[in-house]
Each structure stands twice: as C-alpha cells, then as structure tokens.
Design a binder for this molecule. Sequence first.
Ligand SMILES: Cc1cc2nc3c(=O)[nH]c(=O)nc-3n(C[C@H](O)[C@H](O)[C@H](O)COP(=O)(O)OP(=O)(O)OC[C@H]3O[C@@H](n4cnc5c(N)ncnc54)[C@H](O)[C@@H]3O)c2cc1C
Length: 394
Amino acid sequence: MAEWSNWSGRIHAAPHTILAPGSEDEIVQAVRGAADRGLSVRVVGAAHSHSPLVPTDGVLLDLAQLTGVVHADGETLTARLRPGTRIADLGAPLRAQGVALLNQGDIDRQAIAGAVATGTHGTGSALRNLSAGLLGARIVQADGSVQECSAQREPELFEAARLNLGGLGILSELTLRVRPAYRLQEKMWLEPVDAVLDRLDELTGATRHFEFFWMPGSDRAACKSLAETDAEPVYPLAEEGKRRGWSDEVLANHRPDKHSEMEYSIPKEHGADCFRALREMLHRDFPDLAWPLEYRTLAADDVWLSTAYRRETVTLSVHQGVDQDDEPLFRACEAIFRGYAGRPHWGKVHFQSADDLAGLYPRWADWWRVRDHWDPECRFLNPHLQALRPGARG
Ligand SMILES: Cc1cc2nc3c(=O)[nH]c(=O)nc-3n(C[C@H](O)[C@H](O)[C@H](O)COP(=O)(O)OP(=O)(O)OC[C@H]3O[C@@H](n4cnc5c(N)ncnc54)[C@H](O)[C@@H]3O)c2cc1C
C-alpha cells in the first residue's frame, strides 16, 4: 500500500500502487497491468482538487513526467500539450510561439489535464472554462488501446472527455484552442460592496477580467480588474494588484494558505441576490469566518458537465481553513446555492447526490452512457464517482 494526500492535506488515499509513467506506452502498460490484477485506475494531476476525485485503492498514475508543449501553432491557434504540464510551465513556451491560453484560474499550479478534467475557470463574462477550449485528445482506454477524439472523430467520446472527471480514461495528450499572446494591466481597489453589486454589469463589461472578494464583516469589496493593454510589461513585476505583463505572468496568484473550498455556479441574473443571501446568513450564523467570498463570472458553453452549460454564469466561492471543520459552513452555503439552481464545481467540496446532479446537468445521463460504453468494467471509477452514478443512493 502507498500513501497519497491532496494539496490541502484533507483528502487521503491508500492506493495499492502509485506509478509515474514516462510515456504513453507506459500508461498503456500500467492500465493493462491493473486490469490483469482487477484493480481500478485513477490519475492525479497536481492534487489541487478539494473533492475526492483522485482517491483509489487501485493503481494511481501520477503523470508528472509527461510534460511539455508538443506543438503550438500561431496560424491555427492550437496547442498540443502533454497532460502533466503545470499551467505555470505553459506560459513561456506558448509565448515563444506567439500564443497564450484563452484564460486560466486564480493559480497556475494545476496540471493542464487535471484542470480540463474538472472545468477549471478564471473570471471574465466573455470567457469560458478550460474544458470548453479542448479541441481533441488522445485517451488511453480501459483495454489499453489509445483512442483519438475530436468533434469530428468519435464525437461522443470527445464531448464526454471535455470535462471528464478522470472517468473516461487517461488523457495522454490534449489539443487546446489558444489565442495570440496578450498583455494585461492589473488594477485593485476597495469599494462599498453594495455599490459593486449595483453596477456589476458595468464592472464585468468594462475589462476582460473582473472579480471581487468580500470579507465577512466588511462593508467593502476588494475589486480586481485585468484589462488588455499594448503597453510594455514592467519588470520586475509589481506586487499583486499593480502588475503589467504577459497574461501568464499576471493572471496567476500566490495562494499558500491551506484551505478547503466550496464553489457554486449560478445563473448570472441571480448573482447579486445569491451574494446578498450568503452575506446575510454568514453574518448571522458564521460571524467569525475569516476567509473571503469570491465572486467571478463565466460565459455559457456547451460542455456536457460544465457548470456553465448553456447559461451565463456567476461563480461564488466560500473558503474555510484546513484547521477548521468546514462541513457546517459548506452545508449552510449549499442550502442557499441550491435555491438558485447552483451547480457545484467538480474539483471543490459539495454534498450533492446522483439524483441532484441529474436535475442540474441536462446531459448527465449522456455523460454516463458514453463513459460506460468505453469503460464497461468501470476500471476508471473510484468510490466518489460510483456514488454519483445515475441510480446510486446518495
Ligand atoms: C489554491 C487553489 C486554487 C484554485 N483555483 C481555482 C480557480 O481559480 N478556478 C477553478 O476553476 N478551480 C480552482 N481550483 C480547483 C482546481 O483548479 C481543480 O480542482 C483542478 O482540477 C486541479 O487540477 P490538478 O491538476 O491539481 O488536478 P487533480 O486534482 O490532480 O485531478 C483532478 C481530476 O483530473 C483528473 N485527471 C488528471 N489528469 C488526468 C489525465 N491525464 N487524464 C484524465 N484525467 C485526469 C483526475 O483523475 C481528477 O479526476 C483551485 C484549487 C486550489 C487548491
């Protein structure tokens, strides 16, 4: 038995074996070997998920050796990437080819395949999550074969793989849509939170990226915008809030304090109301909460399991320190999110059942149908995903 835990240290596993394949062939061998022994297979990226997506008592594959940009093309605006590449390690080589990721999250520590697998997103009302930018993939299947997929080739496998939760096989290469490299000017300011709520449309429409943080007990929001600029980068980069540089230099932040997190996506039109409901509840029931609420925006997409599937979206995140019991806080917040038809972030804490999720995701049954077709023996499921199967008791 080996030992594994996630970034926050809250999620643990005791896999039968942890392997670190160095090539697609070695992934194939690992999957075949697991099948021979009747073991399940899960894969880990950078272990930054707060939900128990990774734990398995079977074989855990760590793809940290499978890194790098295979090819990036400024004409077709596509990039072929190895799955274990940290987002932080994509900026410079992509920029050398004149391109950049369409968007990225608050940090850049994730492996690109791990980020795509859970619908990781940043902020920007015209910007979609990373899964929506997937154009194709090579996937090691349960029988050890390698299947290429895209919108033209095995389109249903592709649709399910765009946001795959590690349940569709092992992505050994990903092709992503990219855009010409671009620079950003960052700005941070404090503003009364009610004023921010009143002019959300104006603020989210004014720059490529906008978000705000609110600390319970405060009447002000810490607002942050990032606007595209032609101005030259300023090196050394300024402190967070004042940076001007290439997108990959400015989008990522340093978040060293270990926490767990719940995040829900709700329809954009309910964003302000949902925030107000959370604020009221937190003031009443959790007056000592010392972690901020984060408010971001996300464009609608057509990815089957995306939290922004066919709806313009606002994401609201709640955090709790790892030294605290997060369940009372997160259950209270989830009760509010449910009232706004909230969809949980797949990489963060939630308490939804299979039936709940079937009601939130119109293509839930399709995702499972395609998944089961390609992996009938459920080699790529773990207990967390088994519990979410249609028909499973929540
Ligand atoms: C400090 C912090 C900040 C965060 N900020 C954001 C943010 O701004 N926006 C946001 O949306 N999320 C954010 N997250 C959540 C995070 O982006 C997601 O949980 C993401 O999935 C983590 O990527 P990872 O590489 O660590 O994946 P892991 O947690 O290691 O794995 C996630 C899933 O990907 C699967 N997977 C990994 N590699 C492969 C592969 N090659 N083939 C198939 N499946 C694979 C795994 O099996 C698992 O199901 C944050 C998390 C933390 C801890």
